[in-house]
Design a protein around this ligand. Structure first.
Ligand code: GTP
Ligand code: SPV
Ligand code: MN
Length: 593
């Protein structure tokens, strides 16, 4: 079999001194049986070639080169537009290790099933190999991985969101994470996104969409990374991270864990209100989706594993997020947005007035029915294009964290902001997080689901152990960040948002920085410390509305505890005793309120 012998020679030559990487690649190349293999070195011309191929096959469309230079539109298969949690598996040896929030399959069974699907699946196709680094190149907290894919779309996206190429290849030690992605026929019935954290392996088949297929992102940087983080005594979180600098030059690190499509990217890109910008505040981005937190110096510090954004297009505009708009105007791949075919401009709901002629995300003429862009339409953009990137993004230790925010979309009950009474109570707040389901994952939109720490779809092990791990991390910190619950999404009886959100969220962050300085005024309530309406910077929000946003609804919270309790019980004996105690203490405080 001459072809395979050539592969072996080429692979050995390419991976000199990297026996683990070359033997894994050879093993899977033999299984997949492609016609050729291309190992990407990360140079720009390779990206251009991938794009060229996609264009010549009609799989992507070049956008207006003056308005959006080097930017493209890709339309994914209509059955493949969001993460599919029902197809996502954690394959640990024991089912308990995966826990009740994950689908589980025994590793041997999963491999047998997947290998049957992968067998000869790349016959007549080319296998693309992308070694990548996650995190700053010179950081001890960075990790390496290698993706094998037959999809030029996946490869092009990977080249934007991870640091692909030669530098990564040199770091492929025995601990690298291997990701195999095969597009196959996109058959939803045979779609699997399987993780083998014990052997640092990911296999994804029958999908070509975002978080299902861009394996460096949720699969590696969260599911595998969270598992590895526990072993290493650190945490890998579904968190944005930003640096606020006060007029007197003091820096505050803020991270926020919000479920998918619930405001991480927008908060990380926060545009300061005029009164704050005028005073000399600065807001800079470290991370828009994922933060890895280390314990250097007795504090939590956040690094961003990623090199690009895979952000929600819907709702983004000059007003809500001017910095995002600046970033996506070039070198961007748009997925499932609508198209103005006359001017070749991308369009999505929220961008502005509807162009006269418009093709929807599936390329059909849009007649005003339903949405023109898919609600989960996205942009893939290099982070280097972001105009307000924090220097801490490049720091090998990362951004020191003063405050951790948890929050999701809640129309009712949950106040605009409140502060945990302690680290343990803060973990309870995170563990109790429930939020409306969004378009980022397949399922019923709007339904309220448990999403502890915004990690339910992304934790690579039993979340009962995860809560314990957070507790242990706290015990090792000399300076613990304060923990907050935020909710930008309360609505009134007309269904309108009560809080203006976006840049105006700075008013909430301002209170949080005051609290970090030991200055901010707060009232102690059973659920935590709330700002006082009189001293809180409410901007244009009326005192009356602010009062509603900062109200503690005793009966509502007791009902919330009833709704959360069965979820906690689903972890059985493994659920930490100290966390049950926090839960019962909270109930006790509410009952006496
Ligand atoms: P993923 O990338 O899926 O993890 O989402 P995300 O958490 O980064 O959410 P993102 O910032 O992309 O926001 C998702 C949607 O919520 C967009 O349509 C935003 O316009 C909207 N949004 C974000 N922040 C706010 C806010 O403060 N208020 C309101 N009303 N909407 C917001
Ligand atoms: C999310 O769903 O949280 C996303 C999009 O950020 S994806 O990368 O598809 O997971
Ligand atoms: Mn995002």
């Amino acid at each position: 079999m001459p072809v395979r012998i050539n592969f072996a020679d080429d692979i050995d030559a390419a991976f000199q001194g990297k026996p683990e990487a070359s033997s894994k690649l050879l093993e899977y190349a033999e299984l997949l049986n492609p016609d050729s293999i291309k190992i990407l070195s990360g140079v720009k011309s390779e990206y251009a070639e991938l794009i060229g191929e996609l264009m010549s096959e009609g799989k992507i469309i070049r956008l207006n080169t003056e308005a959006y230079p080097d930017s493209y539109l890709y339309r994914s298969d209509p059955s493949d537009v969001a993460r599919t949690e029902q197809d996502t598996y954690i394959c640990t040896r024991s089912r308990d290790e995966a826990g009740p929030t994950n689908n589980w399959m025994a590793p041997e069974e999963a491999k047998q099933k997947l290998k049957a699907l992968l067998h000869n699946s790349m016959e007549g196709r080319r296998l693309l190999v992308l070694p990548y680094i996650l995190g700053p190149g010179d950081s001890g907290f960075s990790k390496v991985g290698m993706v094998l894919t037959d999809s030029p779309y996946v490869a092009a996206n990977q080249m934007i969101i991870a640091k692909v190429g030669k530098d990564a290849m040199e770091k492929l030690d025995s601990k690298f994470v291997l990701g195999i992605h095969a597009t196959l026929s996109l058959d939803p019935k045979n779609r699997y996104i399987a993780h083998f954290p014990e052997e640092r392996l990911i296999i994804s088949v029958n999908t070509n969409y975002g978080g299902n297929a861009l394996l460096s992102k949720k699969c590696h940087a969260l599911r595998i990374a969270s598992y590895v983080a526990r072993q290493e005594g650190v945490i890998a979180e579904h968190m944005m991270a930003m640096e606020l600098t006060s007029p007197d030059g003091k820096s505050y690190g803020i991270t926020g864990a919000f479920p998918s499509s619930s405001g991480k990217t927008n908060l990380a890109m926060l545009m300061l209100p005029k009164d704050y910008a005028g005073k000399g505040w600065k807001a800079r981005l470290v991370s828009d989706d994922i933060s890895w937190l280390n314990l250097t110096g007795g504090r939590l510090n956040a690094i961003n594993p990623e090199y690009g954004f895979f952000g929600v297009a819907t709702g983004t505009n000059e007003h809500t997020n001017p910095n995002a708009m600046k970033s996506v105007m070039s070198n961007t791949i748009f997925t499932n947005v609508a198209l103005d075919p006359e001017r070749m401009l991308p369009w999505w709901e929220g961008l502005g007035s509807v162009p006269k002629k418009l093709l929807d995300w599936q390329g059909r003429e849009y007649n005003g029915d339903g949405k023109a862009a898919h609600p989960n339409s996205r942009f893939t953009t290099p982070i280097a294009q972001y105009p307000e990137l924090s220097e801490k993004y490049f720091d090998p230790v990362g951004l020191p964290i003063n405050a951790i925010l948890f929050g999701g979309r809640r129309k009712t009950l949950v106040p605009l902001v409140f502060e945990a009474l302690s680290w343990e109570h803060g973990i309870l707040i995170g563990a109790m997080l429930r939020a409306e389901r969004t378009a980022a994952a397949a399922g019923k939109i709007g339904e309220i689901i448990n999403d502890p720490m915004a990690m339910r779809p992304f934790c690579g092990y039993n979340m009962a152990d995860y809560f314990d791990h957070w507790h242990n991390v706290g015990n090792r910190l000399k300076e613990k960040p304060r923990i907050y619950n935020v909710n930008w999404f309360r609505t009134n009886e007309r269904g309108e948002f009560m809080w203006p959100g976006f840049g105006e969220n700075m008013r909430v962050l301002n209170w949080i920085t005051e609290r970090a300085d030991g200055k901010g005024v707060a009232t102690k309530t059973p659920i935590g410390y709330l700002p006082e309406t009189e001293s809180f910077d409410r901007g244009s929000t009326s005192v009356e509305v602010l009062g509603q946003l900062l109200h503690v609804d005793k009966e509502g919270w007791l009902a919330e505890l009833d709704a959360v309790e069965p979820f906690f019980e689903s972890f059985g004996e493994r659920f930490p005793k100290w966390l049950w105690k926090e839960f019962h203490d909270l109930r006790g405080r509410l009952e006496g309120y």
